[in-house]
Design a protein around this ligand. Structure first.
Ligand SMILES: Cc1ncc(COP(=O)(O)O)c(C=O)c1O
Length: 408
């Protein structure tokens, strides 16, 4: 089912934040890569959780059994969102970064000095820092080169995946440049040498249907607040992959997947809210099963967002004194995130001026600090980033374009 302009306009009514006009200012939320707004159903679900079953799991009384039921349903729903084999493939945590620290620490215990871990210059620090610190434990860290086009250098990737490589940690899509990486290639190369493939899908998950089984990844991480849910991190582990890892956990904790990496009491209300967010997304698709509706909806949303981002990309690059970074929109495998620099003003000053007009865009490196450094933009204050979400309309981008034109 296509996701049309009418659908987007209709969905705006579901997001209470979008109808607010603080100080009489209509807001254009173009900051989706930093975090999305939530629909009313997510807010209501979390409120209902606190009103009806705000107790811990595994009790022998009704409200606790209700929490268990909701947590099981959330795992099953997120498994459908990602295309996972079973709900036991889905672990929850505070956010992607924290889960990745836990995961990398556990994987490191299975490695020996001199083993290599490969990351990339394009990745968000959340998929670099947890691996880079393993140098302190004797692991050798390599990084795939970022080409000036904003894409990974695939020859460099192929050359650096060797029998010494034990882990390749790579993003599915760049939150700074909108690049979509070739995860199928990464899987073929890592499989050939028996390395684990850990994919950061935080920027990919809001914009494309995901199929972890088809990708064949060992681990994949994403973050609920980027796809219209609350702040919850999600880890997919291939069946059997997590059970073998020496995770940090209490002796009393359930050692089986998916619980093996979940420390302490989870944010149950938020997890319930995330389940509602996925169901909300799926409601924009058709099909007999939740999985079919998720794929249909995400396919439609991807095409809609791609069209809008392409419109902005094509228009902004024509403005004098603007440079657009990252790959163009000739391929549908391009996230709807466009970053620019302006000759006459820094990204920070531009974002501040646009913010005064109610246009919400980010500036800087957005934690993709290595990519911004490699592109030579750190001293210039980084990039001015625009992200398109399902609730954005052409009008938001026209306002942004007019605002940028005024700055030139
Ligand atoms: C591509 C990417 N990876 C990882 C993260 C970190 O996610 P979290 O805030 O859930 O730790 C972000 C957050 O912006 C991101 O954009």
């Amino acid at each position: 089912m296509p996701f049309t302009v009418e659908h987007s306009l209709r969905c705006r009514k579901d997001f209470p934040a979008l109808s607010r006009e603080p100080q009489g200012l209509k807001l254009a939320y173009l900051d989706g890569p930093g975090g999305s707004q939530v629909p009313r159903i997510v807010i209501d679900t979390m409120g209902d959780f606190y009103a009806t079953c705000n107790v811990n799991t595994h009790g022998k009384f009704f409200p606790s059994q209700e929490v268990d039921r909701r947590m099981d349903l959330a795992r099953a729903t997120l498994a459908d969102f990602l295309g996972a084999e079973t709900p036991a493939c889905i672990s929850f945590g505070q956010n992607m970064t924290t889960l990745n620290y836990f995961l990398s620490a556990a994987i490191a215990r299975t490695l020996k000095k001199g083993d290599e871990i490969l990351t990339t210059q394009l990745d968000h620090e959340a998929n670099r820092g947890p691996w880079l610190r393993l140098q302190e434990h004797g692991m050798a860290i390599q990084e795939v080169r970022l080409a000036p086009s904003g894409q990974l250098d695939l020859d460099d990737m192929a050359a650096k995946i060797t029998p010494r490589t034990k882990v390749f940690a790579v993003g599915a899509s760049s939150n700074a440049l909108g690049t979509v990486n070739d995860i199928a290639l990464a899987r073929r190369l890592t499989q050939a040498v028996g390395a684990l493939l850990v994919v950061d899908a935080v920027h990919y998950a809001p914009h494309f249907p995901l199929d972890v089984k088809a990708l064949g990844v060992d681990f994949l991480l994403c973050s609920g607040y980027k796809f219209y849910g609350p702040h919850v991190g999600v880890l997919y582990s291939r069946p059997g992959a997590l059970d073998r890892l020496p995770t940090d956990r209490l002796s009393v904790q359930d050692p089986a997947a998916p619980y093996r990496i979940e420390t302490g009491t989870l944010n149950h209300a938020a997890i319930d809210g995330l389940r509602a967010a996925v169901e909300y997304l799926a409601s924009w698709g058709s099909g007999a099963t939740l999985r079919e509706r998720v794929i249909d909806a995400m396919t439609g949303i991807a095409a809609y967002e791609h069209g809008l981002a392409q419109f902005y990309h094509d228009a902004v690059r024509k403005l004098p004194g603007v440079r657009v970074w990252g790959p163009d929109f000739s391929s549908p495998a391009r996230a709807p995130t466009v970053s620019i620099t302006l000759d006459k003003t820094t990204a920070g000053d531009a974002a501040a001026a646009l913010g005064k007009e109610g246009i919400c865009v980010w500036d800087g490196h957005f934690y993709a600090a290595r990519a911004v450094e490699v592109l030579g933009l750190t001293d210039r204050g980084g990039l001015l980033r625009t992200g398109v979400s399902m609730y954005n309309a052409r009008e938001d981008l026209e306002r942004l374009l007019a605002g940028i034109a005024r700055l030139l």
